[in-house]
Design a protein around this ligand. Structure first.
Ligand SMILES: [Zn+2]
Length: 202
């Protein structure tokens, strides 16, 4: 988590104190980035360990956004890691007033289909609000890999920490391509093409 946080920071996926990471430990507790921490300057001994109910086990106090990470773990036992970033292109996308909110990125690469599939846009909530986790859990309980918080950024899950990190990077890259392709005659994947990818993992 320390090295991946630094990697996200150095490659511009996050800046300042934005974003937070968590993963499920073998004993069922959750390892999370501490409150106010910068992903580029995480210290192993300071990482927070909390129970699924949010009680601190060791380390510093967890991020104020850890609540929605816990809601996600409780919503779907297959989720073993959560990556939340304020990455540039996805945060830009989250700040557009989309009329269609069920999926704000129509598929134009197979990798997006294999890793994410659909990206719902959730309403705006004050950061740290308890409502965020309830809204996210509605989607993660149905098997969605990622959601986009309006005027905020992406929340991406994975079967393990590397998988969640790779999913987050693929999603940010897809959003960047979406902006690059703005106004162009994009060839989107057809329904049969998407169906042929179902069950495939990149
Ligand atoms: Zn945030």
């Amino acid at each position: 988590m320390v090295s991946q946080g630094l990697s996200f920071f150095q490659r511009g996926y996050t800046c300042g104190g934005g974003g937070n990471l968590s993963l499920k430990l073998p004993d069922g507790n959750i390892l999370a980035t501490p409150t106010g921490s910068c992903l580029g300057r995480l210290v192993e001994d300071e990482l927070s360990v909390v129970t699924l109910n949010g009680e601190l086990v060791s380390g510093k106090k967890a991020s104020k956004e850890v609540g929605f990470h816990l809601d996600i773990y409780r919503s779907n036992a297959a989720v073993n890691a959560v990556v939340h970033l304020h990455s540039t292109y996805l945060t830009a996308l989250s700040s557009i007033d989309h009329s269609e909110k069920e999926n704000v990125i129509e598929a134009f690469t197979p990798y997006y289909v294999m890793r994410i599939g659909k990206l719902p846009l959730l309403p705006y909530f004050r950061p740290g609000s308890n409502e965020i986790g309830k809204e996210i859990a509605k989607y993660t309980s149905q098997g969605y890999t990622a959601v986009l918080l309006a005027n905020h950024g992406p929340v991406v899950t994975g079967t393990d920490f590397i998988n969640a990190s790779d999913n987050a990077e693929e999603l940010e890259e897809t959003a960047k391509l979406k902006f690059l392709l703005e106004g162009m005659n994009v060839r989107f994947l057809t329904e049969p093409e998407k169906e042929a990818l179902s069950g495939m993992k990149s």
